[in-house]
Ligand binder design. Structure first.
Ligand SMILES: C[S@@+](CC[C@H](N)C(=O)[O-])C[C@H]1O[C@@H](n2cnc3c(N)ncnc32)[C@H](O)[C@@H]1O
Length: 233
């Protein structure tokens, strides 16, 4: 599968949806929850604010946001694929008091008005977009002045470094074999491919500034394996 093929990416996440949360926990030893928590703490969503969780998948981050936005605030979780959203809706039905809404849509062309959100999060989404620069421009469009966003993803490391070798070994020797148990080996082999053309931290910062953000800062997490891009308007 070629990175940038939006239909194939949608199919991939529809196929992976039933196993996605379990695999995520196994493959990160549960640490993805910690990295997401760090992002939420850094962005500091406040009660009463309107937030977006873009590329929300099965909705864990949107639900964590919704718990912080009450009273008065709300979150819209947007994903291109239908199956992850079915699981997200089942989850939110267990906490019906949470102000969360699900929307099937394209992060490159959101059905949301200009300057309508106080903040946004995107976890493991930017790398999957056909055009990450266009994704950042669309994010800029929907954020109001004074808004902020956090984008968490794998970190593109300089090739040949020990960290890059470790990351590649992890993707090939751990991720693909574990995913193959769920019949998803080819789907998860895509992860390494998508990382090859993903901008590194400094390039992401520049893309964000080019997209019109007032500031952008990228920092490594998890010994450099992950990266958190923070942008503000
Ligand atoms: C790796 S998953 C991440 C899900 C969730 N944010 C998480 O951290 O567990 C990437 C998600 O991005 C979604 N996605 C990919 N391209 C998209 C697009 N153009 N617009 C909206 N969602 C997209 C996929 O359907 C998938 O659910």
């Amino acid at each position: 599968m070629k990175p940038g093929d939006a239909e194939a990416v949608e199919q991939l996440f529809n196929d992976a949806a039933p196993s996605y949360d379990r695999l995520n926990d196994w493959l990160s030893l549960g640490l993805h929850r910690q990295w997401k928590r760090q992002m939420v703490l850094q962005l500091s969503p406040q009660p009463g604010e309107q937030w977006l969780d873009l590329c929300c998948g099965t909705g864990d981050l949107a639900l964590a946001l919704a718990r912080r936005l009450r009273p008065g605030g709300s979150v819209v979780g947007v994903d291109a694929a239908a199956e992850p959203l079915v699981i997200a809706a089942q989850r939110s039905a267990r906490e019906p008091w949470l102000p969360v809404h699900w929307q099937q849509g394209d992060a490159l062309n959101l059905e949301l008005p200009d300057a309508s959100a106080d903040g946004a999060l995107m976890a493991y989404g930017l790398r999957n977009l056909a055009d990450p620069a266009a994704g950042l421009r669309e994010l800029r469009r929907v954020l109001r002045e004074g808004g902020r966003a956090g984008l968490l993803d794998f970190n593109r490391l300089p090739s040949g470094t020990a960290a890059a070798v470790f990351q590649r070994t992890y993707l090939r020797r751990v991720v693909v074999p574990v995913a193959s148990r769920a019949g998803l080996a080819e789907h998860y082999a895509y992860l390494e491919e998508s990382l090859k053309c993903f901008p590194d931290g400094p390039a992401q910062q520049q893309l964000a500034l080019d997209a019109g953000f007032r500031g952008a800062s990228h920092r490594p997490l998890a010994a450099g394996l992950m990266g958190l891009l923070t942008v503000w308007t």
